[in-house]
Design a protein around this ligand. Structure first.
Ligand code: B1M
Length: 210
């Protein structure tokens, strides 16, 4: 088994301590943080996602794996983020109302901070009022919305309409993403951008604030 497979397996089994130790060791050995993320951690999460879909594992196992993933991401973050970069803009970021999935959103945060954004993370299960309040309070340039459920992605539409009604639609670019989200859906609900992954989200956001 190679080291990336070992990481994927530790993540699957929710072995947070062993996983973070292995990530630390690999970083120290000069392995690319991007490879650790995609070949090890995201691969492990995809395997558990597949097993979840096929009823081979259940919510508790997935929660334990997600905890291990978030802990490993904390270790990886300094290596993914360029320290000391001056802020190029402010992003208000959250997972939408009704949705508790935060791993993708946390990755978007890391990548956006990596290209120099100040990211205001509103967490999960976030409705329009909180977002509108944050746009005003932090003078945001961009709003990032994440959704992992087909039942919650529709809430993105309500949030965009509420931002419009609050008179803030021209002030911010609205970016959306998450597994069930598509470009077509983004066009339908009037978002400015859909991006399939966190790294592309950071690139597109940077282009808005260039
Ligand atoms: Co849930 N879950 N889950 N889950 N879960 C999915 C999403 C599901 C596809 C699993 C499945 O059936 N195969 C399915 C959704 C089905 C659907 O709607 N079509 C599902 C379900 C059904 C549920 C529950 C309803 C299960 C239940 O209770 N019966 C429940 C809902 C709870 C709720 O939110 N109200 C639930 C609960 C959970 C846990 C709490 C156990 C846990 C979440 C823990 C956590 O996040 N802290 C969990 C997990 C972990 C998953 C899977 C296994 C993994 C998600 C993940 O973190 N992926 C997932 C299956 C899967 O995706 N294969 C599944 C890794 C992450 C890096 O990817 O978040 O897609 P992702 O982010 C990507 C891109 O999407 C993108 O960038 C990232 C990559 O760079 N991206 C953006 C994300 N946001 C972006 C925003 C952007 C741009 C890009 O711009 C702003």
């Amino acid at each position: 088994m190679n080291t990336f497979d070992e990481m994927a397996q530790l993540l699957e089994r929710g072995k947070a301590k062993d996983l973070t130790a292995l990530v630390e060791q690999q970083l120290a050995a000069g392995v690319s943080p991007k490879d650790i993320l995609t070949e090890g951690l995201i691969k492990g999460m995809s395997i558990i996602g597949e097993k979840f879909k096929n009823n081979e594992v259940f919510v508790p196992e997935v929660l334990i794996a997600a905890r291990a993933m978030n802990m490993a991401l904390k270790v990886l973050k300094p290596a993914l983020v360029n320290e000391g970069v001056q802020s190029i803009g402010t992003v208000v970021l959250c997972t939408v109302k009704g949705d508790l999935h935060d791993i993708g959103k946390n990755l978007v945060k890391i990548m956006m901070e990596g290209v120099g954004f100040n990211v205001v993370d509103l967490g999960v299960d976030c409705g329009a009022d909180k977002i509108i309040d944050a746009i005003r309070r932090y003078n945001a340039d961009i709003v990032g919305l994440s959704s992992l459920l087909t039942t919650t992605m529709v809430n993105m539409k309500d949030i965009i309409e509420s931002i419009d009604q609050a008179g803030l639609r021209d002030k911010v670019k609205i970016m959306i993403g998450g597994a069930p989200v598509t470009q077509q859906f983004a066009d339908e609900i009037g978002a400015d951008a859909y991006t399939p992954d966190a790294a592309t989200a950071a690139e597109v956001a940077k282009a808005y604030c260039a």
